[in-house]
Design a protein around this ligand. Sequence first.
Ligand code: GDP
Length: 450
Amino acid sequence: MFLGYNEFMNISEEFDTIAAPATPMGAGGVGIIRISGEKAFDIAEKIFSNPVFEPRKFNRGWIKDGNTKIDEVVVLPFFAPNSYTGENVIEIQCHGGVNVVKNILNLVLKNGARMAEKGEFTKRAFLNKRMDLSQAEAVADIIHAKTGDFAKVSMKNLSGVLKNRIDDIRNNIFEVLSGITAGIDFPEDVKEPEYEYLTERFEDIISRINTVLAGADTSNIFRQGASVTIIGKPNVGKSSLFNALLSLDRAIVTDIAGTTRDVLRETLDLGIPVTLIDTAGIRDENEASAVEKIGIEYSKQSLDEADLVLFVYDASKGLDDEDKEVLKLLENKKHIIIANKSDLAQTDTGVKISALKGEGIEELKEILTKTICDIEPENLDFVTNTRQQACLKKARAALEQALLASKINELQDLISIDVKSALLALDELTGELITDNILDNIFEHFCIGK
Ligand code: GDP
């Protein structure tokens, strides 16, 4: 079921007072306990020695359990709606240390707050319209960013770069829909939009969506890392290359063609996390023809999964028909052709390396990184996640229907149905309209205290 904001507002348990440590539990300079909700200030009054709060002023004093002093702290009050969650918020900065933080948190809970769930502060920020869903998701991205570059670009999302793009697309769709609806509802007063105009507008909006989706692959790669699969005939040196790239002896190198072996996966750090997959030994020399098929079938499977394929052939033997057969599979796939065993012979095709001697490996790594990520991290304005991409694709598909319909002068009443679907898909993206399941799923990936 889809819920709007208001329906959420009626769920009272969403809005009781919550508390959690905002800093990781461990020894450190400062520990922070955050309280959010109606009772935040009341609770502070009960446990803090200096509870006369003014906006934008911090107070110093003691946290006390009755007459027992727990810690000397600084308390920061945030008055609703000017806080992270949009509610009254109290932040207690105490001495960093697991037990101090625990003692204060227990006292806060004893005095009327409930322990916050994962991501609950940010969920409230979203529900109280302090941020849209793309910004809330950016918070999780920033916290979990595996690289500094990804954290930086997630920050752009938090500041609303993606949100603005989506709002712009949404406004365009809304404008067209208003035109169509006015024509339908008031046929005497308002002329229905020209089909030529509709076609132009739909094309324009689709291209705006495409621009946002253009960075999708790069976004996914930054977030999840890239899968790189090594393929090629037996004995061309795939395992040797796998080892050379990883600088280890993980894959067993043999000179028997088609040595049966499971798929090997290892993580390679190229700034972007790369999962390197070695498909060595899939074919069995004793069952050449049957296994040939499996080999090809397997290559296809690993191709589906791969963001990039390293196709290896034996430079000392040259590109033969079988190599060319495998290469055909790569027509629509990002790939790099690698001439291995270049220490034995020189060829014209591909990047020349010798996996055995470790020659050309660093150069190959550079080419690999550039091929995986055609956009430099600093040129990325925003990132999208798979949920957002799915919403955008849904909107685009609906607009493509509308475009087709307007090209054949379909009834505008019918066209408006697709336009409305596009609008709904974007509302799902921003969280304007969203199922509670999706929402739970998003905030589950947060940590306690955020
Ligand atoms: P795979 O079956 O494609 O995984 O091939 P392997 O990595 O097991 O290598 C097959 C044979 O080729 C082994 O004897 C390797 O030592 C040899 N080999 C691999 N790379 C090179 C290379 O760059 N130069 C030379 N001369 N031999 C290599």
